[in-house]
Design a binder for this molecule. Sequence first.
Ligand code: ADP
Ligand code: MG
Length: 463
Amino acid sequence: MEMDTEAEIENELAIEEILKEFARPVIPAEIIKFFADDQGKTLLVKGTPGSGKTAFALSLLRSMKGTGVYLSTRVDSATLHEQYPWIREEIPGENIVDATQSESVSSQSSKARGAVIKALKYTDVPEFLKSVYTKTEDLRKPIVIIDSWDAVVSHTGYNNPGEREKLENQLCNFARRTKTRVIFIVEYMDLKPLDYFTDGIIVTEGEIEEERRIRTMTLQKLRGCAIRHPSYLFSLHNGMFKCFSDFRPAKIENPKVPAPIPDVNGPGVTTGIKDLDALIRGYGSFNLFKADYAPYELLMQAASINSLNLGRGVVFTSSKQLRLKNKILPFVEPRYQENVTVIDVHKTDINEFNKNISDFNERLSGEKKMAFFNFDEVERDNKEEMVKELIPALMKDKFTVFGSTSEEKGMGREMEPIASVFILLEMISGVPCMYGKMPMTEIYVMQLSTANRFPEIKLTPIV
Ligand SMILES: Nc1ncnc2c1ncn2[C@@H]1O[C@H](COP(=O)(O)OP(=O)(O)O)[C@@H](O)[C@H]1O
Ligand SMILES: [Mg+2]
């Protein structure tokens, strides 16, 4: 192998870190722990059609490489590969079993598609179980995913509820005895005997809110396992299940100044976040945010660090933002650190504020600047009239102006007509999320990466 330079190695490691964080399916830690011991376990996965059960099952199998089989009883393997193209690369063919009982499943058609898919033929449930057992008996701690169990039962005409219950009970006991991990995917949503037999139950849901889909996975029970998060936000982006764990801003040791991101083509001012620039084409001259504080701080931080490193000025208008100012300074080039200032709108009158702004402008070489207002605080201090006068003046003066409000009323509502960007920022299941009302966007999870020693935000759509 060629000798890599240290920088190249460092870069490779950084890329790997990012891939790990952003591109891979992520299974809730509790479920990984639930399956981590040497016991046989059974898990029931429930959810309405399209809620993500299959994507979850395949992603789980991928993260448990080579130790099990996924039995596809509803969807033939060709369709499965079409819907989830990533499994071709990520899950060995022998781990996927076509159990649809359709006539078209011949080794011929599978071969033609280049996949080593095995078909499973059965006429009754015991025969089904026997063939599954044969497939897994050589594996250590095998995992068997039956997608779906309802389909197996209905294919085989096992419709007598008493018989079905007895069989399910036996199956759960069998899993424990043989240290097999069985995942039953079911299509019913009510409580059935199987809910009591299995060691764990998880439910996938996809709710539509304001025309945007929000997916959550609820951990209902996981025997012998502490459930830290009963509910996870997740996405099926790229057909992979990815859950998001709660947000904890990491302290960055040994901070590094990032190379600034340039403005997008067109009139927009860069947001300091590549993914967001691509999405909304930069900020306009007045930008409104209806926001929970934590996600809004992520946006302010990204915009101000980037702006300063482009040699531009940044004005905070409340002494409460001093904390944020101090937080961003380690990521700003020393020669630009004087370009950020706090001119407190709450402690000045309009003349004094304007005087401070023109002094500030004189010190700067660049033309573009940013100013941040918190409308909740402005309203609390009865400074509305002053700020309503200041904002258009600042906009004329080449400022990109930001206004945030926790509720869409009062000043937030009044300023809406002049906003060219309107973004909603919300914590959902402990995760910072954003979506654009103007321009209209899907809902995105904001993930903070510190792998490169400066705060970096990536957006993942919730699909
Ligand atoms: N590549 C993809 N990109 C975005 N969304 C996808 C992708 N693949 C699947 N989905 C979404 O996942 C849904 C199906 O998920 P699936 O796991 O098959 O649900 P279930 O098994 O619960 O019926 C689809 O309706 C679609 O919205
Ligand atoms: Mg499915």
